[in-house]
Design a protein around this ligand. Structure first.
Ligand SMILES: Nc1ncnc2c1ncn2[C@@H]1O[C@H](COP(=O)(O)OP(=O)(O)OP(=O)(O)O)[C@@H](O)[C@H]1O
Length: 246
């Protein structure tokens, strides 16, 4: 049974070499971003502040909010990349993240080597990667390039490889930062199908997006973040009406 509970979760980033705040930054911060406070040691950016919610099996959660509102921080806190500085987080179910899918791809290594490296980072056993290897290569359409260093790939090929590896997982809880769009029209159609399957097979989806259409199409509930706080937790229709104004 997949389940997530956050109780008064805050995430802070101490910035040791920031000593003062310029007027321009103060104004910028009022428009976007988390809260910045200054002490003797430097600055502390509070990216999430006192965030509480529960997510149950079957829910598709959309995260909306301006740049710097805390959406990515929440996704990273869910995936375990960031630990809460305060509060309590309970996550039941296997997590799979499509956030930062290009991270960990080594330009000097070949496509083949990268499939094993990335697969391991996703938590797959070597035998599991071996089983999926041919499918990943054929899906990413790398052909003979699979044995060339990734630095020789075009940016599209690079993305196709990252996408093909990242989407072999079938997690119970799926985390996404926007709907991935990864190549030319033909590849995108294939990728779209694969993402739809992945979303369908997940028990909980959490997706950050700036697209009203996407939120209305796939989400059952939406969290609106502002300056690191959960400002609204309601149906997609209710949040869209207030956030986008229609
Ligand atoms: N590693 C970090 N170190 C310091 N500050 C950070 C770090 N990650 C995020 N922040 C700060 O936390 C706040 C929230 O950032 P976050 O990336 O979560 O926003 P977001 O809602 O995902 O924005 P966007 O729509 O631009 O992706 C911002 O003020 C950002 O500057």
């Amino acid at each position: 049974m997949a389940y997530i509970k956050f109780q008064n979760v805050s995430v802070d980033f101490p910035i040791y070499n920031a000593k003062n705040r310029s007027f321009k930054n103060t104004v910028m911060q009022a428009a976007t971003g988390g809260k910045v406070s200054f002490g003797a040691e430097g600055a502390i950016i509070r990216s999430l502040e006192n965030v509480s919610f529960e997510i149950s099996e079957g829910e598709r959660i959309g995260l909306v909010g301006h740049n710097g509102a805390g959406k990515s921080t929440l996704l990273r806190a869910l995936s375990g990349v960031y630990e809460p500085t305060a509060g309590y987080a309970e996550i039941t179910g296997e997590i799979g993240s499509l956030v930062d899918i290009g991270l960990g791809i080594d330009g000097e290594a070949t496509g083949r080597e990268n499939i094993f490296i990335r697969g391991a980072l996703l938590g797959l056993k070597r035998s599991e990667i071996e089983k999926k290897f041919d499918e990943i290569v054929s899906f990413s359409e790398l052909g003979e390039f699979v044995d060339m260093p990734v630095r020789t790939y075009s940016s599209g090929m690079h993305l196709r490889l990252a996408f093909a590896v990242a989407t072999v997982i079938r997690p119970e809880i799926l985390l996404m930062d926007e709907w991935l769009s990864v190549g030319d029209a033909a590849f995108n159609e294939k990728a779209e199908q694969r993402l739809n399957d992945l979303v369908k097979s997940s028990r909980i989806l959490v997706i950050a997006s700036h697209s009203r259409d996407l939120i209305l199409k796939i989400c059952t509930r939406v969290f609106w973040f502002e300056h690191g706080k959960l400002k609204m937790d309601a149906s997609p229709e209710e949040v869209c009406k207030l956030y986008w104004g229609y």
